[in-house]
Ligand binder design. Sequence first.
Ligand SMILES: Cc1cc2nc3c(=O)[nH]c(=O)nc-3n(C[C@H](O)[C@H](O)[C@H](O)COP(=O)(O)OP(=O)(O)OC[C@H]3O[C@@H](n4cnc5c(N)ncnc54)[C@H](O)[C@@H]3O)c2cc1C
Length: 467
Amino acid sequence: MTLPTPEALAELKSALPDAFIDDTVQMAPWLTEWRGRWTGHAPIVLQPRTTEEVKRAVEICARHGTAIVTQGGGTGLVGGQIPYGQVLLSTRKLREVRDVTPLDDAMTVEAGVTLLEAQEIAKANGRFFPLSLAAEGSATIGGVISTNAGGTQVLRYGMMRDLVLGIEAVLPSGEVFDGLKRLRKDNTGYDLKQLMIGGEGTLGVITAATLKLFPIMRSRCVAFVGLESAAASIELLARAKDETGGGVEAFEMMKRLGMELVLKNIPDTREPLESTPPWYVLIEITNGTPGGAEAQMERLLEVAFEEGLITDASIAQNDAQRAQFWRLREEHSAALKPEGGGWKHDVSVPISRIADFIEEATAAIEGFHPGCRVSCFGHIGDGNLHYDIIPGVGEDIPAFIGRWKEGSTVVHDIVARYDGSISAEHGLGRLKTDEVKRYKNPVEIDLMASIRRAIDPQRIMNPEILF
Ligand SMILES: Cc1cc2nc3c(=O)[nH]c(=O)nc-3n(C[C@H](O)[C@H](O)[C@H](O)COP(=O)(O)OP(=O)(O)OC[C@H]3O[C@@H](n4cnc5c(N)ncnc54)[C@H](O)[C@@H]3O)c2cc1C
């Protein structure tokens, strides 16, 4: 693998004469990660509009051994989309909706369609595409597949890995892998598309995907509840699954500190409950029958009060209140920023061990850095916690940030002991590729490296990340 030579660049420009940018000022927005955490550089940004154009570009790069970084919406949180001298291939102009077939509960869209657009296309065809996350207005289908994104509805519908029926991709050789099937059953050997899902752009450029669709639920109910402990929220989750027969679509836990920071730092927010409990859960239930979700929620809350699992509750009465409740959860990350940022961890542990993990990790981190504050929240229905440490009030922020790596090792070592993962949702990218080697089984890493060598022997696809 090499960085682009003048010859390779000249060939790319003549093959895609009206689909590239090489002006430094115009390229700038593609080269800085949205939070400003990584700023890279590239000699050229390619903007192919068809699979054929992607193929043409990759063939040239393959012939020259030229490295490529693929970028979708640029919203990834681990820096994998930022090039450092490689050709940047943007998929944002791959925009076609190839087909929607409600009878197959499937639709095929190109990689640059945003997640929000995909949800809207499904809705316009009387179906539901469930993946939802706060960056959905910019994140692309190619990006959410490449990062195996999760989000708020995983509990019921699974991660992106569970929502893809087929993939079309341009392989590092320039060949097109045409796997756009609408089949639910296809037992004819290895499921190759699954290698690309979560592959973070290392095995090819995804150009289109066939996605699974679902019926639109006829009722939806959201409640905020207060609890005395994290352990109670795990019991409540089990109770909620039983009471609804699997109808819980989202189950998001938050600590009081996170709520206080949202109320302090995010305009137009207010307390969701009359009391101020140490822990909260936002529950969303959906149901195929009109009124069904509301009835199930009321019954669940009644039982939970009787059993002493919750201390307070409020059910959203309309769409506006539902949106307000969700906003309190979704602004948790943004609310940390004015406090000086933090040591952020996107981890997962078995659901049954979440409360023990929080207790042990909090004691360890408070011992490591006395005075720090722990804000943890997340999709605990999936065992996924955003476990963030922020500086104490009035603390020297650069000194705090300087201890980030050591502090993260304290947290991640405990995650490993709980049989967890140090990247539950966001992938490895530039942020965690090296660190994960401390925790992942060497046999697994070797196997992944062999797969990559088989598909990309020149290592031209996103060469600086993964194994
Ligand atoms: C506010 C916010 C909230 C978020 N919430 C969640 C959440 O709840 N759950 C969750 O899982 N994630 C979440 N994310 C991260 C989420 O994973 C990314 O936003 C999204 O999946 C990346 O899509 P993208 O199109 O922006 O990809 P990019 O950021 O452009 O790229 C991400 C990675 O995918 C590769 N890639 C992109 N497109 C392709 C393609 N077509 N072919 C091959 N490789 C490609 C890139 O090389 C890179 O390695 C959040 C992000 C933000 C900013």
